[in-house]
Design a binder for this molecule. Structure first.
Ligand SMILES: CC(C)=CCC[C@@H](C)[C@H]1CC[C@@]2(C)C3=C(CC[C@]12C)[C@@]1(C)CC[C@H](O)C(C)(C)[C@@H]1CC3
Length: 715
C-alpha cells in the first residue's frame, strides 16, 4: 500500500490496467489511458515490487531464466522502456508550460502526477529534494509544492500543509537557487528583478570569445538559450486567483512587501552545493546595471538571435529538444513568438514523451528515455552470456540490433546551430533527440559488431562512427596543458576552459558549464575502437593512436588508492568496472599490469561480509568511497565484471559475489529494484532500472566462461 493510498487523495489514482505505452520504431515513448489491455511490458513496468521466492538456481538456470525474463519484457520496437526517474526538478517544466500557455493537462495525467509527488514527499518533513532520495531542499520543496497546487490539490491537503510548513521553516521561496527563481518568475510567483541576469546578448557575442555560450556544455547552453530569451522579455504568466493564493502561501512575508531585488543572491543554505564565486558576483552586478540601461532594440535584437537558436535546436531534434528542461522552456518561448502555431502544438505534444508512469505515479524523466544505451548493453550481455541465439532470446536480440541500426544518425544538424558532425554516431536515448554521445556511440558500435561481425555493409556504415568518435577525443594543446590529453567527454570535445565554472550560476549543480574529461566515456570509447579494430583496418593508424592516448589518460586518472572516480554511475565501483574492461580489452590483466592490480585490490577491499558490494551516493558528493551497509545487486555485478575481466586470481572472492546474485534472483528469473544506480553533476541521483538485468547477466556470463575455460577469460 502506498502513502497516497493511506492518505487518500482527491482526485484518486487511475486504474493501472488502463494504461498502455506506445513506442515508435525509433523508440519514442508515450503513455495512453483508455480501454486497451496492458501487455507484458506494461505489467512489468507497473506491477509493484512483488516478493517472489528465490529460485536458488544453478548458474546455467540463472542465466537462462534471467535472459528469458529480460527478453520477455522487451517492447517489439527493440527497446526496453523503463522509468528513467530520480530528478525532482523536471516536472515543473511540463506543468509551468501548460499553465503559461493555457494548455490543459488530462485528468488521468494530473492524478498520476499528484500521486507521484505524494508518494515521494519526505516521510518526516514532507518536503522534496533535488532527487527522489535526497533530503528536503528549498528548490525541491518549492517547485513540487507549486506543482501540486497548480494541479488542483488544496492548500490544506495534508501533503501540501506539511510541505508548506517545511518550506516556510527553510525561510520561504526567496531562498531558491537560480533555476527555481526562474520558474517562479515565469509563473508570476516571483519577480525577475530578483533573478541573477541571463541576458540573450551573450548569444550575440562573437564566437571567437572564450566565454561564448555555444562553447558551453550542450545541456547548459540548450537551457540558457530559451531562458535568456525569457529573461530579456521578463516573460510572466497571466496572474489569476490561484497564482495569487500560491503567492500568499510560499513566502514568510506578504508578496507585496518583499524586496525581490535584494533576494538575487539569497540561496537557502541546504540547497547551496556550489556557492557563487566573487567573479560571478561582479559579473552579475554589471549585468544588472546593463539590464537597467540598455536600449530596448538591443534586448529585442539579441532575443531574435536566441530565438533562432531555439528554432535550430527544435529542427535538429524533430521538435523534441535535448532534454525536458530546455524542452519546456522552448515550448514557452515558441508560444510567446508564435501563439498556438503548428510548431507550438508539436513541441507541446513531444514534451509529453518525457512523462513516464511508474508504480508510484507519473513523473518527468531526466531524458526521453535511455533506449540506445540500454539496447546496446542488452545485446552485449546476451553475447557475453552466450544466449543470443537461444529460442527465448533470439527475437529480442535481433530486434534490439535492428533498433540500434535504425537509430544511427544519418543526417547532419542544420547549418548555424554550432553543432559538430553527427552522421554515423549514436545518441543516449533516441535518434530524434539528435545528440551524439561518445560512449553511447562506442557501446552501440560494439553491440552491432558483436551481433554482425561479418557484415561488410555494416562495417562500411561504421566508418562514419569512427570518423565522429575520433573527432571527439581531447587532443589539442590545451588538453596537454590541463592534463586531460587523450580523454573523451560526453557530447563534444572540450571547447572552453574549465575556468568557466567560475561563472556557474546554477548553485545546485557542479561541473555543468563546459565539457570535462570522463573516465567512463574514455573507457567505452576505447572498447568501441578496439572492437572496430578487430574487424576493419579503416584509419588503422588513427584508431591505434586514439586507443593508446586514451589508455594513457585512464592510467593517469587513477587515484593513488587504485580507484577511479565515476561521474555517471555510483561511483568508484561503476568507474572501476569500465576502466578494468578497457584495460582487459587491450591485453592488460592482474598478472601483467600494476594499474589493473591496484584497481582490483581497491574493489576487493570493499567487498561486504555477504559477498556483495554497496556504494552510497555520498561517494559522488564527497569524492571518497562511502560504503552502504547493505550490498546492492547492480554494484555487486559491476565489481564482479571488473574482477572477472581483469582475471583476478582468487576465485573465492568472485564466487561469493556470484552466490549473492543467484540468491537474490526471484523464481521468475527477475531481480527486484534495489536502489539508485546513476548520478549526474555530482549531486543528482537517477535510476537505471534495466541495469538490474544487464549487469547481473553479464557478470554471470563472464563467470561461466571463466569456469569453462579453465580460468582464462574469453575475449
Ligand atoms: C543539470 C541539468 C542540465 C539537468 C538535466 C538533466 C540532464 C543534464 C542529465 C539527465 C540524464 C543524464 C545524466 C545523462 C548524461 C548526461 C546528462 C543527463 C542528460 C549522459 C549522456 C552523459 C554520459 C554518460 O556516460 C551517460 C551516457 C551514462 C549519461 C546518460 C544520462
Amino acid at each position: 500500500m502506498y502513502y497516497s493510498d493511506q492518505l487518500g487523495i482527491e482526485p484518486s489514482a487511475t486504474d493501472e490496467l488502463h494504461w498502455t505505452l506506445e513506442v515508435s520504431d525509433l523508440g519514442n515513448q508515450k503513455w495512453h489511458y483508455g480501454p486497451q489491455k496492458p501487455s507484458a511490458v506494461e505489467k512489468h513496468l507497473l506491477q509493484a515490487s512483488r516478493p517472489l521466492p528465490s529460485g536458488n538456481p544453478s548458474l546455467d538456470d540463472a542465466i537462462e531464466k534471467a535472459a528469458a525474463y529480460f527478453a520477455g519484457v522487451q517492447h517489439e520496437s527493440g527497446t526496453w522502456p523503463n522509468m528513467y526517474k530520480g530528478p525532482m526538478f523536471v516536472t515543473i517544466g511540463y506543468v509551468a508550460s501548460a499553465k503559461f500557455t493555457g494548455t490543459s493537462i488530462p485528468d488521468h495525467v494530473t492524478k498520476e502526477l499528484v500521486r507521484y509527488l505524494v508518494n515521494t514527499a519526505h516521510p518526516v518533513d514532507g518536503g522534496w529534494g533535488l532527487h527522489e532520495t535526497d533530503k528536503s531542499t528549498c528548490f525541491g520543496t518549492t517547485i513540487n509544492y507549486v506543482i501540486l497546487r497548480l494541479l488542483g490539490l488544496g492548500a490544506d491537503h495534508p501533503t501540501c500543509a506539511k510541505a508548506r510548513k517545511t518550506l516556510l521553516a527553510m525561510g520561504g521561496a526567496t531562498g531558491n537557487p537560480h533555476w527555481g527563481k526562474i520558474w517562479l518568475s515565469v509563473l508570476n510567483l516571483y519577480k525577475w528583478e530578483g533573478v541573477n541576469p541571463a541576458p540573450s546578448e551573450l548569444f550575440a557575442l562573437p564566437y571567437w570569445l572564450p566565454v561564448h555560450p555555444m562553447k558551453w556544455w550542450v545541456h547548459t547552453r540548450a537551457i540558457y538559450a530559451p531562458v535568456s530569451y525569457l529573461y530579456n522579455c521578463k516573460a510572466q504568466c497571466k496572474l489569476d486567483p490561484l497564482l495569487e493564493q500560491i503567492r500568499d502561501e510560499i513566502y514568510t512575508r506578504p508578496f507585496a512587501e518583499i524586496d525581490f531585488a535584494a533576494c538575487r543572491n539569497k540561496v537557502c543554505g541546504i540547497d547551496l552545493y556550489y556557492p557563487h564565486t566573487k567573479v560571478l558576483d561582479v559579473v552579475n552586478w554589471m549585468m544588472v546595471k546593463y539590464d537597467r540601461y540598455r536600449p530596448q532594440w538591443l534586448a529585442k535584437w539579441s532575443n531574435d538571435i536566441a530565438y533562432g537558436l531555439v528554432l535550430k535546436e527544435l529542427e535538429n531534434t524533430d521538435d523534441l529538444s535535448i532534454a525536458p528542461v530546455n524542452g519546456a522552456f522552448n515550448s514557452i518561448v515558441v508560444y510567446i513568438e508564435e501563439g498556438r502555431s503548428k510548431r507550438f502544438e508539436r513541441v507541446a505534444e513531444r514534451l509529453k514523451e518525457e512523462l513516464f508512469l511508474s508504480p508510484i505515479g507519473m513523473t518527468m524523466m531526466g531524458t526521453n528515455g535511455s533506449q540506445v544505451w540500454d539496447s546496446s548493453f542488452a545485446v552485449q550481455c546476451f553475447h557475453v552470456a552466450q544466449v543470443h541465439n537461444h529460442e527465448a532470446v533470439a527475437t529480442a536480440h535481433d530486434r534490439a540490433v535492428d533498433f540500434l541500426l535504425r537509430s544511427q544518425f544519418d543526417t547532419e544538424c542544420v547549418p548555424g546551430s554550432y553543432r559538430d558532425k553527427r552522421r554515423g554516431a549514436w545518441p543516449f536515448s533516441t535518434k530524434d533527440q539528435g545528440y551524439t554521445v561518445s560512449d553511447c556511440s562506442a557501446e552501440a558500435m560494439k553491440a552491432v559488431l558483436m551481433a554482425r561481425p561479418a557484415d561488410r555493409e555494416l562495417i562500411q556504415r561504421l566508418h562514419n562512427t569512427i570518423d565522429v568518435l575520433l573527432t571527439l577525443q581531447n587532443v589539442d594543446w590545451s588538453s596537454r596543458l590541463m592534463s586531460y590529453y587523450g580523454s573523451f567527454s560526453t557530447y563534444e570535445k572540450i571547447k572552453a576552459t574549465p575556468l568557466m565554472e567560475l561563472l556557474n550560476p546554477a548553485e545546485v549543480f557542479g561541473n555543468i558549464m563546459v565539457e570535462y574529461p570522463y573516465v567512463e566515456c574514455t573507457d567505452s570509447s576505447i572498447l568501441g575502437l578496439v572492437y572496430f579494430r578487430k574487424h576493419s583496418s579503416y584509419r588503422a593508424a588513427d584508431v591505434e593512436r586514439a586507443i593508446s592516448r586514451a589508455l594513457c589518460y585512464i592510467e593517469k586518472a587513477q587515484n593513488p588508492d587504485g580507484s577511479w572516480y565515476g561521474c555517471w554511475g555510483i561511483c568508484y565501483t561503476y568507474s572501476g568496472m569500465f576502466a578494468l574492461e578497457a584495460f582487459s580489452e587491450t591485453g592488460h590483466s592482474y598478472a601483467n599490469s600494476d594499474t589493473v592490480r591496484k584497481g582490483c585490490d581497491f574493489l576487493v577491499k570493499r567487498q561486504l561480509p555477504d559477498g556483495g558490494w554497496g556504494e552510497s551516493m555520498k561517494s559522488c558528493e564527497t569524492h571518497t568511497y562511502v560504503s552502504t551497509k547493505e550490498s546492492n545487486l547492480v554494484q555487486t555485478s559491476w565489481a564482479l565484471i571488473g574482477l572477472l575481466l581483469a582475471e583476478y586470481p582468487d576465485l573465492t572472492v568472485i564466487e561469493r559475489g556470484i552466490r549473492l546474485l543467484l540468491q537474490r534472483q526471484a523464481s521468475d528469473g527477475s531481480w527486484a529494484i534495489e536502489g539508485v544506480e546513476g548520478v549526474f553533476n555530482h549531486s543528482c541521483a537517477i535510476e537505471y532500472p534495466n541495469y538490474r538485468f544487464i549487469f547481473p547477466i553479464k557478470a554471470l556470463g563472464l563467470y561461466r566462461r571463466r569456469l569453462h575455460q579453465g580460468g582464462r577469460v574469453w575475449r
